[in-house]
Design a protein around this ligand. Structure first.
Ligand SMILES: NC(=O)CC[C@H](N)C(=O)O
Length: 312
């Protein structure tokens, strides 16, 4: 890994912010009505280094919907509770090459949810989270784990949760299709509700960068210094993120950015370079695959400018 000093990082983060804040491509997600109303101009970038130092620019305190970025914490939690091999058997670690909410992916993977980082696998992961059969207990496991990763508690965005619950018909089909294939390990409606709730958690770009920093720091939160998960799960979750973090555009993303990263339709993206940094960016306008335009450009700008790349 190329070394950089924090002054240089600070300059590059601010440069990225200034250059990219005027980019106006894309649109807010509107299939979840709440997300269509989030002010489009918001834009923040935050980097968390392994010593806990935070370097940031823009709207890093704004609380937005974590959405699919929440799939990463729950995947780690499920691996922590069951072991990585069980998650590989029961869910998988395969790229789908298809959109995040694809039903076709379940059929093509021969009845298999593929990976915990798409909707199907994430709903299955929620069904597996212990204590099975206990909705309140599962929710506590997930929210405690999220708080550990992010260094502070996240708060449910109630309006987002209601908006998403009222419109999540595709996800309901996924949950019951998985039930048909015995790939749901708890009540399907309850598992879907837990998934919908975790997607509706409010998070800031700073908290997301600390989450990335905890993964980059092999499970020890760089800010709170607390151990959140076992170090050997780092390579497993980073492999999953690298293979499917941008869904059908993951190859293009990793080719151009060099950093495994996971997106959410709330406009957040978290990237992880093990041993080097967690990086997050947030801005609501998305490209056609549901990935934030400004957040992508910001992270790419920073990794390319600093010569940071997982692969070479
Ligand atoms: N890509 C996303 O962020 C999608 C998450 C959203 N909650 C959904 O299930 O559709």
């Amino acid at each position: 890994m190329q070394k950089f000093d924090t002054k240089q990082l600070n300059d590059v983060v601010n440069e990225a912010y200034e250059k990219i804040k005027g980019d106006d491509g894309g649109n807010n997600a509107d299939y979840i009505p709440f997300l269509a109303k989030v002010p489009s101009k918001l834009f923040g970038i935050s980097v968390c280094l392994p010593d806990g130092e935070i370097v940031e620019a823009g709207d890093t305190d704004y609380v937005f919907g974590i959405e699919s970025v929440s799939k990463v914490p729950t995947a780690i939690l499920a691996m922590q509770q069951y072991g990585a091999d069980t998650i590989l058997q029961k869910i998988g670690a395969d790229a789908t090459g298809l959109p995040f909410n694809s039903i076709m992916a379940i059929l093509l993977e021969n009845d298999h949810p593929s990976t915990p980082l798409v909707n199907a696998g994430a709903i299955t992961a929620c069904s597996m989270v212990k204590p099975v059969g206990n909705s309140d207990g599962k929710w506590k496991s997930i929210t405690d784990f999220l708080a550990g990763l992010c260094g502070s508690p996240l708060v449910l965005q109630d309006e987002l949760y209601k908006s998403e619950s009222a419109t999540n018909f595709n996800n309901r089909s996924i949950a019951w299709l998985l039930k048909n294939y015995n790939r749901i390990y708890d009540d399907p409606d309850m598992s879907l509700d837990i998934y919908t709730r975790q997607c509706s958690m409010g998070v800031t770009a700073r908290q997301l960068s600390i989450c990335g920093g905890t993964i980059a720091n092999r499970g020890v939160n760089p800010v709170t210094k607390k151990k959140v998960f076992d170090a050997e799960l780092t390579s497993k979750i980073v492999a999953m993120i690298a293979s499917v973090g941008f869904y059908e555009h993951t190859g293009d993303w990793i080719f151009t950015s060099g950093i495994p990263a996971k997106t959410g339709v709330g406009g957040g993206i978290v990237g992880v370079l093990p041993g080097v940094m967690g990086i997050a960016a947030f801005s609501p306008k998305l490209d056609g695959s549901g990935n934030s335009v400004r957040a992508q450009n910001a992270i790419k700008y920073i990794t390319n400018k600093l010569g940071l790349n997982l692969f070479g």
